[in-house]
Design a protein around this ligand. Sequence first.
Ligand SMILES: Nc1nc2c(ncn2[C@@H]2O[C@H](COP(=O)(O)OP(=O)(O)OP(=O)(O)O)[C@@H](O)[C@H]2O)c(=O)[nH]1
Ligand SMILES: [Mg+2]
Length: 255
Amino acid sequence: MNWYPGHIEKAKRRIRELLKMVNTVLEVRDARAPFATSAYGMDFSKKGTIVVLNKVDIADKKITKEWVEYFKKQGKRVITTYKDEPRQVFLRKLHLGRLARVLVVGVPNTGKSTIINKLKGKRASSVGAQPGVTRGIQWFSLENGVKMLDTPGILYKNIFSKDLAAKLLLVGSLPVERIDDHEVFEKAFEIFKRYQGVEDDFTTFFENFAKRRGLLKKGGVPDLDRAIRVFFTEISQGKVGRLSFERPDEVNPEE
Ligand SMILES: Nc1nc2c(ncn2[C@@H]2O[C@H](COP(=O)(O)OP(=O)(O)OP(=O)(O)O)[C@@H](O)[C@H]2O)c(=O)[nH]1
Ligand SMILES: [Mg+2]
């Protein structure tokens, strides 16, 4: 299970260098799986770090509250947001000082560029539904001398567990078409079942999904591969409903 485009390794090196030039880090995580979407292997302890739980519009409200409490208990600054939150409301939460130098980091597809665009008030950085859209590193100037740096999504070189891969798939940080290990789909489906309260087994669920959507092969046979692809793409975009995939009490408190 490896999706590790060359630009990620390069980006990690650059981010470590750029850390020296900033005083603030916005660590953008997906509110649906804030542990799985932490910025792996980076040490931000010397910077003022704000954990941004993004996409709360498609996360489970109650579980998002649990996560906010979890991060507060750890002594971290945490804010929640979503792409349609008014700019002024978001800015107030961020509460950036004058001349703040801000590095925006996170795993692919968590909404880093969307946040920059909101703050810039226009489409300054490219945004896309698939992971790995931002390839380069770019400074953006805001009012009050604030400068922000958009960076490409980063990942572990080796994703160490299928559970982690499954959660990254569910939030769209790993591209569904790059997953070659069927167990990752099964694991992701188990997580979906647990949070959604679905009873079906894997094959029944995807056969029914394929039939419902008309995803059929010759002879009317359900096309399971396509059904899997469509389903996991839609769930990552929140089209299956407001769902979270991880709760604080499941994760190791050491982080
Ligand atoms: N529902 C919802 N979708 C969001 C939100 N923020 C971003 N998105 C969508 O998530 C996808 C990824 O957004 P980007 O801003 O490109 O994410 P990124 O973190 O810059 O991604 P990379 O550059 O690939 O690392 C896009 O389709 C956005 O429209 C949000 O708050 N809610
Ligand atoms: Mg981006």
